[in-house]
Design a protein around this ligand. Sequence first.
Ligand SMILES: Cc1ncc(COP(=O)(O)O)c(C=O)c1O
Length: 399
Amino acid sequence: MTKDRPSSPPSPSTETLAVHGGEPRRHEFDALAAPIVQTATYTFRDTAELVAFFEGRTEREEEYGRYGNPTVRLVETKVAALEGAEDGIAFASGMAAVTTAILALVQSGSHVVLFADCYRRTRQFVTKFLDRFGVTSTLVSDLDELRAALRPETKLVIGEAPTNPYQSVPDLRELAAICRERRVKTLVDATFATPVNLRALEHGIDLVLHSATKYLAGHNDVLGGVLVGKSGLVSIVRDLRHVLGGVLDPHAAYLIHRGIKSLAVRVKQQNTSALAIAQALEGHRRVRRVWYPGLPSHPSHTVARELMSGFGGVVTFELDADLDGTSRFVDACAIPRIAPSLGGVESLIEQPALMSYFELTTEQRAAVGISNSLVRYAVGIEDTDELIADLLRALDATS
Ligand SMILES: Cc1ncc(COP(=O)(O)O)c(C=O)c1O
C-alpha cells in the first residue's frame, strides 16, 4: 500500500472514520477502493533484502501470509481508528479472536473471571477447555461478584457489552477501575455495541473485541473477528495468532473493510428502528416483557445512557405464548428471516429456545434463564415503519 498523508481530519467523527480512518489517502495504482492483496507469501529481491528484513533494517512489513497481509492490515487499522486504539489485530472469526486473545494472556495456574451473561461459545471455551490446561475460571453476574472473585492469580476479566440476549451493560468504568487496582487485564466483547455506540477503551478497558461477522462487515456474507487495544497487549496476541493461525483471509478482509465504510449509517438506522420496535412492543397485550437498553424499563438503561451513544440493533422480548405459539409468531413475520447471527442489513429473527438452546429441555432452559417464548429480533436496515407494521401484524395474526 502506498504510504501517504493521513486520510482523516484531526478529530474526525465516527462517520468520517468509518469511511477514511486507518487507511492511506492513496492506495496502490491510485485505486480508490483498497486492493485485495491475494497472496500467501511475499518475495525478496535477493538475500541481502531478506537479511535486511529480518534485521529490521527495512520498512517492509510482509513476509508470509500467516504473519500479515496488507488488506487484513487495513481492517486492523480501521477498527483501531474507530475504537481510538493504538493497534488492532484481525482473525478468521470472532471465536478465533476470543480464543487466541484469552490463550495469549493466560498460562497454567492463571485464573480468569468471565461474566456469565455472554456468548455461549466463549463460556464453553472458558469453562470447558481452559481447565484442561490448568487455567481456572469463575463466572460472575455483577461487579460485587467480580470483586469477590478476583484472586492474586487472576490474569483476565472478560465481559460483554451489551450482552446477548438480555442486553445488559455492565458499568465498564467501574469494572476497569476494579481490575486496574488489582493489575488484572480486561477484555470486553463489544460486538453488539459497535464502535459507533460504545468506545470501551475510553472507559478504561484494556482490549475490545468484535465478531466482525456482525455489524462491522454488516452484510451477513463473511466471517471475521477483530481485537484492539494498546500495542503491547495486541502484539502479545499477534504473536500467538502467528502460531495458532486463525488469520483473516484477504478476500474476507476486503469485504469487512468495505462493510465498515457504511458502519455508522447502518448502525444509526438500526439504533433508530430497534428503539422504535422496542417501544411498539412494550405494553403490547401479547408481549410479556421487552429487553432493550434504550427503554427506561431496562435494568441497564442508566448505565447504557452514560456509556453509549446509541442502544444497538437487537430487541429481545418474551411473548405471552408457549413454545409453539411463539414459533407461529416467528413464522408469521414476513420481513425478518429466521437465522442465527445479527448485525447485517437483513433483519433476522430467532427463538433462542429453538436455536442456541435447542438441545436443552424446557426446565434446563429455564435454569439458564431462557424461556420458550423468548424472541431475539436483530434489526436490519429495512424501513422502520414497515418492520413495526410487520411485527404487529404477525402478533395479531397469531393471537
Ligand atoms: C457477542 C459475540 N461474540 C462472539 C461471537 C463469535 O463470532 P463468530 O461467529 O464471528 O466466530 C458471536 C457470535 O454470534 C457473538 O454473538
